[in-house]
Design a protein around this ligand. Structure first.
Ligand code: FEO
Ligand code: CA
Ligand code: CA
Length: 647
């Protein structure tokens, strides 16, 4: 048994060099070459022996907030980030900024001439979900830490001087390297946050980073490819949307619109491909034209290796990320983890597409304070459930277990691995409730077993041939979305029943159309997406109105995408932030003192019809630099008097 690393260890190289203190598997991660790892097929994750102080959201130092203390900002169509008086917001870690890898810190070139190799050492495009991990590991430091964040997708019109002209493999590689994850070290000095460069923690994870597969689908026939005949090592993660954070200090990143990358050119789509929305062509990414991994006629099982939740150890830049198949294969939005009263972990997850489901994973084993090795295996074994919201306000969690409730070979499920690869189809068999695009889920830190989920919108509900309303999705042509909440029986995430209600219907309460009318008291919004409680129990809501609808007639009075705050029970909604033109607001990460809020601005300048025009990239927005290309960026928000955000 190795002794734990010092609490003061803040240097990742020290962690790797301290072989006496490393668990065997971490030594593998630190010292095995990539080739050896692939050849050996070692399925050991990065399980470091480090002391584990809880990263849980419950912060006993705070009482629940009872009122919002800021003056709301008006809706805006200005090309900037606006926050209330007394607050300062500043963009940093913009697309193309160096991540800070030692000896490899290429500067961003505004003419988009950075190479594919340079892009792999720079911030990716279109920042999304994000989490803050204090340094040193296990501390509650509020001025120094790691930010792990997703780069959800790429816009080739912005990424290249000539857009998709002269398309070739070099362009595909740069496009791929602009997706994935960043881990950056950030520090507050002289009252200003900046990225520490160089940093021994700095890391980019891309669609080429080797990852180990865990759980029942690891090694399943559906996971095997010519490049990986054992079905246990996948290259990369992509289309990473929202996220989660574990109490043992790891980052969960969620693969959402991965099916948009794959094509089946002859349109011989299998039932599985159809159920997940793979098509015969696509115009945005074009990777499949040069990289046959994304052509499903040539590599039919490659798509099965995406659509998972991936666990990353941000404290060890040589650790191997792990895809946990036990959490199901869907278009994962986020992964909200809670520790249940008896110490098991429950993870709540939405599948963001129209008429898809809400899921919950419950671990078999219990969280052990201080035992990071054991905790890092918790997502490998347990039970996955799908939610059914009954008309009377009750609800049930239905188990996706092979052999039960029709999940049998006769219905196309040979084993548990296949149930998980075909998670959506298993949910269909069980009769789960078809929701209006489940996005983020957040657990109330002051009320055990109480969860909130944004259902962003669903303009197809009630259309011919589509499902109509039900109690949990009460509006046809649901343009503005709603937030649903449920309370687990006994406040316990291991229970299989719950009570639910609608928390709020978004949209203007004065709308002439009944189906668009919301019941918001205060500042109005639509299409809620990002959602998270802070340490004081304030619920923060971020909107993602699509560029095609932004500022259109039906969204009048809401302006650009925004972030609003509410405290459950008060019924009041107050606008805290408005975003630049053509962007969405996403990513919510507070420091443990609740005095710094990091958010992300994604796709500033996105035109109404999608990809940017390479000849005129600033047509919609020139944020944040005021010239050349608009760039997604992290925004750090602090209160000028040094106080708590929202107070
Ligand atoms: Fe990537 Fe569902 O938003
Ligand atoms: Ca989202
Ligand atoms: Ca979004």
């Amino acid at each position: 048994m190795s002794k734990p690393l010092s609490l003061k260890t803040t240097n990742a190289e020290d962690i790797c060099n301290d072989s006496e203190n490393l668990a065997f598997s971490q030594v593998l991660d630190c010292h095995l070459s990539r080739r050896k790892l692939l050849q050996s097929g070692a399925v050991l994750g990065s399980v470091a022996m480090m002391p584990s102080l809880s990263f849980a959201k419950t912060a006993p130092t705070f009482e629940r907030a009872t009122s919002l203390g800021f003056t709301s900002v008006p809706f805006s169509t200005e090309d900037k980030v606006i926050v209330p008086k007394g607050y300062t917001a500043r963009a940093f870690y913009k697309w193309g900024d160096p991540v800070g890898i030692v000896g490899n810190m290429p500067k961003f070139k505004f003419d988009a001439s950075n190479s594919a190799e340079e892009q792999a050492a720079q911030a990716g495009m279109h920042h999304d979900g994000m989490a803050f991990f204090p340094l040193p590991y296990g501390s509650n430091t509020a001025t120094h830490g790691l930010l792990a964040m997703n780069h959800e997708y790429v816009d080739n019109g912005l990424l290249f001087k000539d857009g998709i002209e002269n398309w070739d493999l070099t362009k595909v590689r740069k496009s791929q390297n602009a997706m994935g994850i960043s881990v950056v070290e950030v520090k507050r000095e002289n009252n200003e946050w900046s990225v520490v460069m160089p940093s021994s923690f700095a890391r980019r994870i891309t669609p080429h980073t080797p990852m180990l597969v865990t759980g029942p689908a690891a090694g399943n026939d559906l996971m095997k490819t010519a490049a990986d005949p054992k079905g246990i090592v996948v290259l990369g993660t992509m289309q990473n949307c929202a996220n989660g954070k574990t109490p043992w200090g790891t980052y969960l990143t969620c693969e959402e619109n991965w099916s948009d990358i794959f094509v089946n050119p002859s349109n011989n789509l299998t039932a599985l491909e159809k159920r997940y929305g793979i098509k015969s062509k696509e115009k945005s990414y074009l990777w499949s034209k040069e990289d046959e991994r994304f052509n499903t006629e040539i590599n039919p099982n490659e798509p099965n290796r995406f659509g998972w939740v991936v666990e990353i150890d941000p404290f060890n830049p040589t650790s191997t990320p792990r895809k946990h198949t036990m959490l199901g294969r869907i278009k994962h939005e986020g992964a909200e983890m809670v520790i249940t009263p008896n110490g098991q972990v429950a993870v709540y997850m939405g599948d963001d597409q129209r008429f898809e489901y809400i899921y919950k994973f419950v671990s078999k084993n219990r969280y052990k304070e201080g035992d990071r090795v054991a905790n890092m295996r918790l997502l490998e074994e347990g039970t996955l459930y799908v939610a059914k919201f009954n008309e009377d306000g009750s609800g049930e969690w239905l188990p996706l277990v092979f052999g039960q409730n029709g999940l049998t070979p006769e219905n196309g499920f040979a084993d548990q691995g296949e149930v998980l690869v075909k998670t959506r189809m298993a949910g269909d068999v069980l009769g789960a409730t078809k929701m209006d695009r489940p996005e983020w889920i957040s657990a109330d830190p002051f009320e055990s077993g109480s969860l909130y989920c944004t259902l962003t919108n669903n303009s197809e509900r009630g259309k011919e041939g589509k499902p109509g309303t039900d109690a949990a999705n009460p509006r046809n042509n649901n343009r503005f979305g709603h937030i649903i909440r449920w309370k687990e029986k006994n406040g316990d995430g291991t229970e299989l029943s719950f009570k639910w209600n609608i928390f709020v219907l978004a949209g203007n309460p004065d709308s002439p159309k009944e189906e668009h009318r919301g019941n918001i008291m205060g500042d109005i919004f639509g299409s809620p997406d990002g959602l998270a409680f802070d340490y004081r129990g304030v619920l923060w809501i971020q909107t993602d109105v699509s560029s095609s609808r932004l500022n259109e007639k039906e969204y009048a009075g809401m302006g650009n995408n925004q972030m609003v705050a509410t405290i459950p029970g008060t019924g009041e909604y107050r606008r805290f932030l408005t975003a630049p033109n053509g962007s969405e607001v996403t990513g919510i990460a507070f420091t443990p003192d609740n005095k710094t809020l990091f958010i992300n601005i994604q796709h500033p300048g996105e035109p109404k019809d999608g990809d940017s025009d390479p000849l005129n990239p600033t047509a919609v927005s020139s944020w944040p630099d005021g010239h050349s290309r608009p760039r997604a960026a992290t925004v750090v928000i602090t209160k000028d008097d040094g106080g708590v955000i929202g107070s």
